[in-house]
Design a protein around this ligand. Structure first.
Ligand code: FES
Length: 105
């Protein structure tokens, strides 16, 4: 089976300012945007450990920290840096076009 991806508009660039997190849902896929030092990353919005919304977590140079049990996920590869989470978040490609953020889903 072939799965085709598509670029979808997530938000305007000013909705995800530096050091901020932004969560949204598109076609039942929940996605987190994170602006780390001016670079926008996109990952799954829901923690892989339990049902926690990572947009209510904390962003630092290490990545995004889950608000519930404090696992930190690397934003480049989605890998958890500490327990209890063991499964990586899915990461998505991001592009900026005309001050709008697009994510490949
Ligand atoms: S729900 Fe995120 S670490 Fe447990």
């Amino acid at each position: 089976m072939i799965f085709l991806s598509e670029w979808i508009k997530a938000c305007n660039l000013e909705q995800v300012k530096e050091s901020q997190l932004f969560g949204f849902t598109i076609n039942d896929t929940k996605i987190l945007l994170a602006n780390l030092k001016g670079k926008i990353h996109a990952t799954d919005l829901i923690c892989t450990h339990a049902n926690a919304d990572l947009s209510t977590g904390f962003l630092s140079e290490e990545g995004v920290r889950c608000p519930l049990h404090l696992s930190v996920f690397n934003l480049e590869n989605g890998e958890p840096q500490n327990l209890p989470a063991e499964t990586p978040l899915k990461v998505y490609n991001v592009k900026i076009d005309n001050n709008e953020v697009y994510v490949e889903v």
